[in-house]
Design a protein. Structure first.
Length: 651
């Protein structure tokens, strides 16, 4: 390879046409990149753009490409500065005279050139090998001259790579065996096509997935219906596993699922596992069902069970020890520390006798949380020993008021049928860890073949303390690029530290003022709420589809767009005071409002709601909005929330 630093402009030979014709682009002081900086930090912003709510976020912001394959991973969603002049390349003034003869006459090669570069001339076929001639060579007109002087000459034009790959994919799909397992279909496809990123690769992966039989362990609340509708649209034959009174059993009658398998959720975890192993193996004997190709769950509390079931059935899935570490917040911290990743001081509390040691280890302010909780249930910030002891005693009472229904933690209103008490599932183990300040983010990660294939960063608003109830979120992130990169790197590293190779992960982090990026937790499944629609609308990535690929053993290569398609903001509007809802008039600002993508009311008229002064706040309504920029989306969302709060009437 030629060293560009040593290339001299006064070299003279018959190959002078290959000389570097232009100097390097001038670089700014300290800038080592040959690419001009198009980030918002490099040029002045239009004065009419408003400041964002947080001074830590830039006016416009920049986004990290959520996939690792793009050559230019950073872009901006703002147009370039119109006053900026394009870079000019000053070509050197060179007089080049090249005399080409195409007759059957002999061609002489300069003795100095032949002496200086004999090997190169031999390699390209211009000079005969040593001993093959007397130093004079008569190249024939045609291929040799075409390739050295006008490559590719008159060779036929090549087919575009995209068209070539699509043709290969169509042939692979046509050759897929019918009525076989997913593994057999995967084995029939070339690896290079299976891992192709883009429309063609996605078409092949969907073709392989079509006809797969997948068991879904606990179906969640009815708002997750879209998951099973998407699976049906992709040709997946779904087996739904949940309690006998689950809403999801109607999906069989509707033709969305092929089988509903009722299960007694009041049994122990081991009894449930053994029942499922027997039941699914019995189902596989039914010719109309056939072999199960994978098992999946979108419910946090069912993740460890699903991992063990996949292992027992011999289908793709995460290692049970990985899911156990992710569900156990103390084990998560230990795994990060073992791999040299940043993690705050933490101490496990098994009883009140452990509180003094926890105080000495962690200090204040601190956060008390269940070791294996979910949805911020049982989480509270404490400032001193008295608050810690009070919170520890109160957490048991709070868990006693919650139940597990269809894999979700909800308040017990007496209408949940065979729901199980949350305290029986989450347990009485707690951790105390240092309080983390700073901006909170979510990173939605897709892992495949042991490496990240997609990782999108979105901002979270300040949680409603001391219970850390979520407020709002916006995608793409408005944080500076350096912070986004650090957060994304820690998110991916944390998933790897827990031992995961494949799957979809919802990772929560903070960028602290003193210690930079810090992990909150890793959820080993697709995020809930509007996470699915946010990734789909912003980046064109369907996390349900990617989940199904992973559980069926199909490589995942999300076809994310290079720039955000839409900018999405969403909020779970919290009750700010306790009382009984007089009506649902607070929903009026959302009706037929331009920019409102969706809204989902969480409460009923006459229901008792809780404000932060009395306990974990009640979510009133979920709102999702869309605007051209994340700044506009966030502003619009906060305006809507203010209108909603003014109309909340309590009696």
């Amino acid at each position: 390879m030629v060293d560009r630093k040593l290339k001299r402009t006064d070299d003279v030979d018959c190959l002078s046409c290959l000389r570097w014709l232009a100097p390097r682009l001038p670089l700014r002081s300290g800038d080592r990149s040959p690419c001009p900086d198009a980030s918002p930090q490099s040029w002045g912003l239009p004065p009419e753009i408003d400041e964002v709510p947080s001074k830590e976020r830039p006016r416009v912001g920049s986004w990290a490409s959520p996939v690792p394959s793009f050559a230019a991973p950073w872009q901006t969603w703002q147009m370039p500065d119109p006053s900026a002049k394009p870079a000019q390349i000053a070509l050197q003034s060179l007089d080049i005279k090249l005399n080409i003869e195409t007759e059957w006459t002999e061609h002489s090669i300069s003795k100095s050139v032949a002496t200086a570069q004999p090997r190169r001339l031999q390699e390209i076929g211009w000079l005969p090998a040593a001993g093959a001639g007397a130093g004079r060579y008569s190249p024939q007109p045609g291929f040799m001259l075409e390739q050295i002087l006008a490559s590719p000459g008159n060779l036929p034009p090549h087919e575009a790579r995209r068209d070539r790959v699509m043709g290969d994919v169509e042939r692979a799909l046509a050759e897929l065996p019918q009525y076989t397992s997913t593994n057999e279909r995967i084995a029939k496809c070339p690896r290079r096509l299976l891992t192709e990123r883009g429309i063609a690769g996605q078409r092949l992966r969907r073709g392989i997935l079509k006809g797969s039989t997948i068991a879904f362990i606990t179906t969640g609340y009815e708002g997750k219906r879209f998951i099973y509708e998407k699976a049906h649209a992709l040709g997946v034959r779904s087996i739904l596993v949940d309690s006998a009174d689950s809403w999801s059993r109607q999906l069989v009658d509707e033709g969305i699922a092929v089988k509903f398998l009722p299960i007694d959720m009041s049994q122990s975890s081991d009894q449930v596992l053994q029942f499922l192993i027997r039941a699914i193996r019995d189902l596989e004997k039914d010719p109309s069902i056939g072999k199960v190709d994978g098992v999946a769950t979108f419910a946090e509390l069912s993740v460890p069970l699903t991992a063990r079931l996949a292992e027992a059935l011999g289908v793709p899935g995460p290692a049970p020890e990985s899911t156990d570490q992710a569900r156990d917040k103390f084990k998560t911290r230990m795994a990060l520390a073992h791999h040299g990743l940043p993690t705050p001081p933490v101490c496990e509390i098994l009883s009140e006798a452990d509180i003094e040691q926890a105080i000495r280890t962690v200090g204040f302010p601190a956060v008390l949380k269940p070791v294996s909780g979910a949805a911020s249930v049982g989480v509270k910030k404490v400032e001193n020993e008295a608050e810690l002891r009070s919170a520890y005693s109160a957490r048991h009472h709070e868990l006693g008021s919650m139940v597990i229904s269809s894999g979700a933690i909800i308040k017990d209103d007496g209408q949940q049928g065979a729901a199980v008490g949350a305290s029986a599932v989450i347990g009485a183990r707690f951790v105390l860890e240092s309080y983390l300040d700073g901006e909170e983010v979510d990173v939605d990660v897709v892992m495949s073949d042991g490496e990240w294939q997609y990782a999108a960063v979105s901002d979270n608003g300040p949680t409603l303390e001391p219970y850390f109830n979520e407020t709002w979120a916006v995608s793409p992130s408005l944080l500076p690029r350096e912070k986004q990169l650090a957060l994304r790197e820690l998110a991916v590293s944390s998933v790897k530290a827990l031992g995961f190779q494949d799957g979809i992960f919802h990772v929560e982090l903070k960028y602290t003022s003193q210690h930079g990026a810090q992990l909150i937790e890793v959820n080993a499944r697709m995020g809930g709420g509007p996470v699915y629609s946010t990734n789909l609308k912003t980046w064109g990535v369907d996390l349900v589809e990617e989940t199904l690929f992973c559980v069926a053993g199909i490589p995942s290569r999300p076809a994310a767009t290079r720039k955000p398609m839409e900018c999405i903001a969403n909020a779970d509007v919290n009750a700010l005071r306790s009382g009984r809802l007089a009506d649902l008039s607070f929903m009026k600002p959302l009706l037929d409002r331009e920019g409102v993508v969706s809204h989902n009311c969480h409460v009923r008229e006459g229901e008792e709601v809780v404000g932060p002064q009395d306990g974990l706040p009640t979510w009133l309504v979920e709102v999702v909005v869309s605007k051209p920029t994340p700044r506009e989306a966030l502003d619009f969302l906060l305006k809507l929330e203010a209108e909603i709060q003014k109309l909340v009437r309590l009696s």
